[in-house]
Design a protein around this ligand. Structure first.
Ligand code: COA
Length: 256
């Protein structure tokens, strides 16, 4: 279980694969490296794959943040501490907000950007805050059911619920506050990084409209809409997600 210390906080990460290209994976609200299990397992033959637990999440220490900018500082510190000079940064949901903000602040550190189930503005349903405050397990169940397509296997929903329940309530509430305040809709044209946007057609938390907005406003961005998948597209449709990632990571002539 590798760990590095970033601003005094132990940050846990998973690492597979090797090579000159590095894909760095950032989970979303209440998540952990666990949401990238299929990418860590199945892309290791083509690149170094690194997934971190943000503070307060998974096996990392600390308390979590309630501003996207603070998570950007953690990711920057993590890359410095692990000696990763240039990466393809891939974020899911809130992690996608962190990735966009990182691309705006530190474009020189990125060889590519992948935005999975996310948007340039992430307002949160007031009902989510109310439920999480009133009855945490019920709130987590509500979000987890919204986060998959109607046809998703029950075992996936149950595993999302139990993974998310491992995140303390104040951490998840902080994550959603960070999302709710996030808005870079007017700044996307400043992102110079080659970008891939991935979204499930049945995503109810960050609908395809958000992904299309990202594609239209980030210069040269490519959009991969994945059928029959909800918000956790990388867990629901890992094969299709990995085909898109593999294509990006092995683009001929590009050293990332
Ligand atoms: N990309 C493109 N368009 C976006 C956008 C994004 N990231 N975020 C908002 N918009 C659009 C909306 O579709 C809406 O367009 P419309 O006026 O044509 O309908 C407009 O901008 C304003 O939307 P919003 O800022 O979200 O305010 P709202 O009061 O209309 O809706 C919510 C608030 C919370 C109901 C809504 O944002 C929502 O349903 N969010 C998804 C559910 C959720 O909680 N997701 C969690 C994200 S972490």
């Amino acid at each position: 279980m590798p760990t590095v210390v970033v601003s005094g906080i132990p940050i846990h990460y998973e690492l597979t694969g090797s090579g000159p290209t590095c894909l760095c994976l950032v989970h979303g609200a209440g998540g952990s490296t666990g949401v990238w299990v299929r990418q860590l397992e199945e892309l290791a033959d083509i690149a170094q794959i690194v997934a971190l637990d943000l503070p307060g999440h998974g096996q990392s220490g600390g308390r979590g943040c309630d501003r996207i900018e603070d998570y950007v500082k953690v990711v920057r510190g993590f890359l410095d501490a692990t000696g990763l000079v240039k990466v393809v940064l891939c974020g899911h949901s809130m992690g996608g907000a962190v990735a966009q903000a990182f691309a705006l602040a530190h474009p020189g550190r990125l060889a590519g950007l992948v935005l999975v189930g996310t948007g340039a503005r992430l307002r949160v349903l007031p009902k989510i805050f109310e439920l999480l405050e009133r009855d945490y397990p019920e709130g987590v169940r509500f979000i987890s059911r919204l986060a998959v397509s109607p046809g998703a296997p029950e075992v996936l929903v149950e595993s999302l619920i139990s993974q998310t329940l491992n995140t303390p309530r104040p951490v998840l509430l902080g994550d959603f506050r960070a999302c709710d305040a996030f808005d870079v809709m007017a700044r996307l044209r400043e992102i110079p990084t080659p970008t891939l946007v991935i979204c499930g057609t049945h995503d109810q938390l960050t609908p395809p409209k958000y992904a299309q907005f990202l594609q239209h406003h980030i210069a040269g961005a490519r959009l991969e809409l994945i059928a029959e998948a909800g918000h956790y597209v990388q867990l629901e449709r890992p094969d299709e997600t990995n085909v898109a990632l593999r294509e990006l990571l092995t683009a001929p002539g590009e050293k990332r």
